[in-house]
Design a protein around this ligand. Sequence first.
Ligand code: ADP
Ligand code: MG
Ligand code: MG
Ligand code: MG
Ligand code: MG
Length: 438
Amino acid sequence: MSKLAKFAEENGVKYFMISYTDLFGGQRAKLVPASAIAGMEEDGAGFAGFATWLDLTPAHPDMLAVPDPDAVIQLPWKPEVAWVPADCIMEDEPVEQAPRNVLKKLIKEAAEEGLRVKTGIEAEFFILTPEGDQISDPFDTAEKPCYDQQAVMRRYDVIAEICDYMLELGWGPYQNDHEDANGQFEMNWDFDDALITADRHSFFKFMVKSIAEKHGLRATFMPKPIQGLTGNGCHAHISVWDLDGKTNAFAGNAGGQVGEVGLSEQGGYFLGGIMKHAEALAAITNPTVNSYKRINAPRTMSGATWAPNTVTWTGNNRTHMVRVPGPGRFELRLPDGAVNPYLLQAVIIAAGLSGIRSKANPGPRYDIDMYAEGHKIEGAPKLPLNMLDAIRAYDADPELKAMLGNDFSASYIKMKHREWNSFVSHFSRWEKDNTLDI
Ligand code: ADP
Ligand code: MG
Ligand code: MG
Ligand code: MG
Ligand code: MG
């Protein structure tokens, strides 16, 4: 009997949502009745790939999304439906540009070197009115709203419902809070293998949006939904383990500035890879036009953006691109809420492996307040100022492109250029305001 048919029988599932994620992070699905799931588990569900954000034409053969039965999740808020992430194939070959395939390829490469990457993410979000143009709670107006006790309780019904579901699913959630912007929240659960975290990240976005809708609200992970307020980050915490997952290969003392914060030689090289490829990897971690309103941003109402603008690393200090909060792991603070969950993990592994292979030096550790004293640092690269600069930086990094796959990279760059062109051909109010009377 097929694994999913058995799952349906045991859990009372009526429909499976066979889901894949396109290049822009959109989740695409077909609802398949349990009676038809055995065949789909074998052959996949058919999609016209061109109809989604993939670099395909209408003339391409059917793309088949083959569900991964080990990753199935029953919807806690609608238990007759189960979500199952899928891997895309076409004419019996993996579709190289499909994000989950890109990640699986990199996990395999890391495993060939005896490494197992484990990550946790912090996917911040806003809760807005259904139209998406205002914060849903009219009383949530404090200048420093972070950890606001009253405001988090006014959204208790939404937050607790989502946290209850994470408990039920066994993700190990451990805290929920109001974040640094009015209307903004964060919910944290335990780190795990990169593929598990990527699937959970995708499901988390689906779940948060669904539960908000159920309460007549709208949740958004948009990087900077409201001008002047702190944006939605998606920090990633990273550690690398041996294959049995018992020994943290990042924990140790490499000597020097890296060793002082509790990183091993390998940890230092991995970090070196992230630093070396930072400007290019921003094209993936900060993938939208709006992303660049979060990084490089002016000070927000709360006093700080909490987002980086320069390629620097440090110890336990939240003003840099990379923070080492304690021994054996580091935090990449660059990614934002628009990041594709699979490509986020993939680009971290790609840059990190490249760093290990080339014994990359992460450069000096800066223990200063970057927001106040950043201008004093000379020689640290600036992050891209906009999406076009980021795509160009990615295109100019052959090593990172090859690590993620040349097919994937060519498709990604092409699709993102198209998106940029669509943006710049859009006429804006700003142009009129600044050009009309010239
Ligand atoms: P902060 O807001 O201080 O950056 P959070 O507690 O919000 O931290 O998020 C920390 C994330 O890091 C969680 O997902 C947690 O599970 C994860 N994490 C903790 N230790 C490790 C580790 N060794 N490797 C990878 N991720 C880790
Ligand atoms: Mg049809
Ligand atoms: Mg956090
Ligand atoms: Mg946060
Ligand atoms: Mg963080």
